[in-house]
Design a protein around this ligand. Structure first.
Ligand SMILES: O=C(O)CCC(=O)C(=O)O
Ligand SMILES: [Fe+2]
Length: 311
C-alpha cells in the first residue's frame, strides 16, 4: 500500500489520531497544545495531585523520591528506579501463563505458550512478538497498577495536566531469528513515537532481562535533540539504523536497559528507542501509557468475538 493511501485509510479509521500525528511532529505545536491544556486543566491537575498525595501510602512505589525521579524525567526524557513488588510481578506472570496470547498482535492468531512451536509451524515463520488482549479487564494487578498514585503523580507532573490513561499493553518478545519485516513492524529498529502532543510510557519487565536478551534500548535526552541526518529528519517519523544513531549520539547516551523481573522505568518515547531481539530468553513486558488525549488507538481492548486461536 502506498504511503498516501495508508494515510487516507488511517484518516478514515482514526481521524483525530491521524491529524494529531500530522501536526504533533512539530515542536512548537506540541508546546502550544501542552501549554493550553495546562491552563485549562489547572484546577483538575491540582485536585488530582492532592488526591494522589492522600493515596500515596497505598502505592507500591511508596518509597520512591518522586521529585528527583520527575526532575530526571524532565531533563533526560527517561528515568529509572521503579521496582514492582515481587508479589505483583509474580501475579502478572502467573496470570499471563493461563491466558491466550496473539502472534503479531493479530486477534485471529491466538495460541497458548505451550503450543508456540506448533503456532510457528502453522504460521510458517518464527514468532517474534505475541501480545495479550483485554489485560486491564482480566488482570486485577494490571488495572490496579494503572491507577497507582505515584505513577499518576509522575505522569501528571510530566504532562502538566491530569493524565488520560490510554492503555496497557503486555507482550512477549521471543528469542528467534526474526525476519527484517517483523523487526521493523515490532519496533526492533530505532524510532520515535508521536502518540500525542505529550505522553509518557511506563515499562515494567516481568522477566529478567540481561544484556543482549531483549532489552529496551533508548537514547537518553534525544527527545530534546532530534536526530538530523537528512533534511526532514526532525519531522519525519522514519526508522533509523543503529549506525545512524551511533553516528549522532555518544555511547553514554545510548542506554540498554537491563534488570531483574520487576524493574520499571518511565520514558517519553519521543526519545529514540527500540526493542531488541533476545538471543536465549524471552522477555515479558508490561507497558502503561498516559497522554493528554485518548484517541482510542493505544489500548489492548478487543471484543471477544474478534478473538480466535489458530492452533
Ligand atoms: O519492545 C520495546 O522495548 C520497544 C517498544 C516500543 O517501541 C514502544 O513501546 O514504544
Ligand atoms: Fe516505540
Amino acid at each position: 500500500m502506498s504511503r498516501i493511501s495508508a494515510i487516507f485509510r488511517s484518516l478514515q479509521t482514526y481521524p483525530m489520531y491521524t491529524l494529531m500525528r500530522g501536526i504533533a511532529r512539530f515542536k512548537v505545536v506540541r508546546q502550544c497544545v501542552t501549554a493550553m491544556r495546562r491552563i485549562v486543566q489547572k484546577q483538575r491537575l491540582n485536585r488530582l495531585l492532592h488526591d494522589c498525595e492522600l493515596r500515596k501510602k497505598d502505592s507500591v512505589f511508596f518509597n520512591l523520591n518522586v521529585a528527583s525521579f520527575s526532575s530526571t524525567l524532565k531533563t533526560d526524557g527517561v528515568a529509572f528506579g521503579l521496582t514492582l513488588p515481587g508479589a505483583s510481578t509474580n501475579a502478572m506472570l502467573a496470570w499471563s501463563a493461563t491466558q491466550t496470547c496473539y502472534a503479531d498482535r493479530e486477534p485471529t492468531l491466538g495460541f497458548e505458550l505451550k503450543d508456540k512451536s506448533r503456532a510457528e509451524e502453522k504460521l510458517g515463520k518464527p514468532i517474534l512478538l505475541a501480545q495479550y488482549f483485554n489485560t486491564t479487564l482480566l488482570c486485577p494487578e494490571i488495572s490496579k497498577l494503572a491507577c497507582d498514585p505515584v505513577l499518576l503523580t509522575i505522569a501528571a507532573k510530566y504532562l502538566g495536566s491530569a493524565p488520560c490513561f490510554v492503555g496497557a499493553n503486555l507482550w512477549w518478545t521471543f528469542p528467534v531469528r526474526a525476519t527484517e519485516a517483523d523487526r521493523n513492524r515490532h519496533a526492533h529498529l530505532f524510532h520515535r513515537d508521536v502518540d500525542d502532543f505529550r505522553f509518557l510510557k511506563f515499562f515494567f519487565y516481568l522477566t529478567d532481562v540481561d544484556a543482549g536478551e531483549g532489552a529496551h534500548i533508548c537514547v537518553v535526552a534525544s527527545n530534546h535533540q532530534p536526530l538530523r541526518l537528512k533534511t526532514f529528519d526532525q519531522w519525519n517519523l522514519r526508522r533509523f539504523t543503529d549506525q545512524e544513531v551511533e553516528h549522532c549520539y555518544p555511547p553514554s547516551q545510548i542506554r540498554e536497559v537491563c534488570g531483574a523481573a520487576g524493574t520499571g522505568f518511565a520514558e517519553d518515547t519521543l526519545c529514540l528507542h527500540k526493542g531488541s531481539t533476545p538471543v536465549q530468553k524471552a522477555r515479558l513486558l508490561l507497558q502503561l501509557q498516559y497522554a493528554l488525549y485518548d484517541y482510542g488507538v493505544m489500548h489492548d481492548l478487543r471484543d471477544i468475538s474478534e478473538l480466535s486461536s489458530f492452533v
